[in-house]
Design a binder for this molecule. Sequence first.
Ligand code: MD3
Ligand code: FE
Length: 226
Amino acid sequence: MRCNDGGPANLGLFSDSDLQQPARIEALGPQSRVLRGFALPWIEALLPQLDAVLAAAPFRHMITPGGFTMSVGLSSCGQLGWTTDSNGYRYSPIDPQSQQPWPAMPEVFRQLAEMAADAADFKGFNPDSCLINCYQPGAKMSLHQDKNERDYSAPIVSLSLGLPAIFLFGGQQRGDKSQRVPLLHGDVVVWGGVDRLRYHGVLPLKDGSHSLLGRQRINLTFRHAG
Ligand code: MD3
Ligand code: FE
């Protein structure tokens, strides 16, 4: 008999999610790395914390300064949350919907972000903001740069959950050719240094259903914004 056919896979001492796979690291640019499946061992710990954050600060569709309603639903946790309205894009310590501070960043979020940054050679990342984006089928994010953070020396760490999406990774100018990168549940991407101001976006989400998250993709981006 082979070592793993039939019968219980183990004696219940550990679960499959405890089996850490070797890192599958892909370079997107000189200082951008995709860490395939990096967050899979963390999912069970992350999802209840995510639910708690979203209970206190539900997803909402914000209005761009140009008057368009974003197709992506947004929330945040941590000391600063990213917001947009008719007055512009900015980080705020207060959730404009509740008029209360954003929910605290769960410790397990902060640890995951720090470990992912470390694996991509950005040591000592200490995020003060976690933006939570919710994509339903058809939702997209047009090509843009992230320029609202106070300084660009810290990396940005992004965690993809739920349905897969095609991420567009462009250049330093809007018209530069962009690469299409599929991002799957559990993938983490780290961007910094010379890649920090590259244009990027997300193609319209294809319909489907994810076993844990259902008909949506949730993306968490960790930043040092303040
Ligand atoms: C590359 N979100 O919230 S995260 C955003 O999947 C945003 O929801 C996308 O772009 C999403 O601003 C992509 C990945 C990301 C974030 C920041 C970057 C990629 C980046 C900054 C520079 C270069
Ligand atoms: Fe962005």
